[in-house]
Design a protein around this ligand. Sequence first.
Ligand code: GLN
Length: 242
Amino acid sequence: MGQNIGAGPSRPQTPASPRPEAYELGEWDFYNITLNITPDVLIPRPDSEHLVDVALEFLRDRAESPDGRRPARLLDLCCGSGCIGLAVEANAPGVSVVWGDISDAALAVARSNGCGDARVLDALSPPPPDLGVFDAVVCNPPYVAPDDDALDASVREWEPPVALFGGTDGLDFYRSLLPDWLAVLRPGGLFAVEVGYDGAETVSRMAREAGLTGVTVRKDYAGHGRIVYGYTQPHKRGARHG
Ligand code: GLN
């Protein structure tokens, strides 16, 4: 595990841009929480707050899951600092969160932020069988194409390549998530991902092709489609399920 990371360019040895403030401070605000941040994790972005909103809207009234017997379960995949799951947990107490990332260094940061159940998960491979079933999966995967000129110089120079680059066209992670990771969702569960500034249309199509219903795009503060989300098929009336 972990051998397929670092497919993108590596960090330049001598950055021309100043060290980002978040790495200087060692902490950064996101949603309504403050996180420990090191150069092993992406600096949390306001864009990703919309991913928190989408998850909260789905989970807030379900601290208990629809069967009323167990806490609603959320998986934060490619979790980095843990920011998405932590912001959901802080605003929907009672939700049970599992955090996963391919990077041990990122998981150490996530644990320092209070992510109790944080484990190595490789989003480019199918989910391990012992992961269990979730009510919602959120993921902010690496989605930058290595030759994308729109990538800020500071981001390219300072932030972890493993968290940024998603293969030649930036879509490798969505190809794996859709459909393989839908298998960990219960019927009627929420699947929500962040996408690049020009990725919403393609990822929406992939989501529909993978069988999600109600596929919707939420825009970021700049007006780009940024979050793509949808739902696994609900149980058929009278259908038996285990
Ligand atoms: N939004 C980040 C950027 O373009 C990238 C985040 C990601 O790849 N998940 O700077």
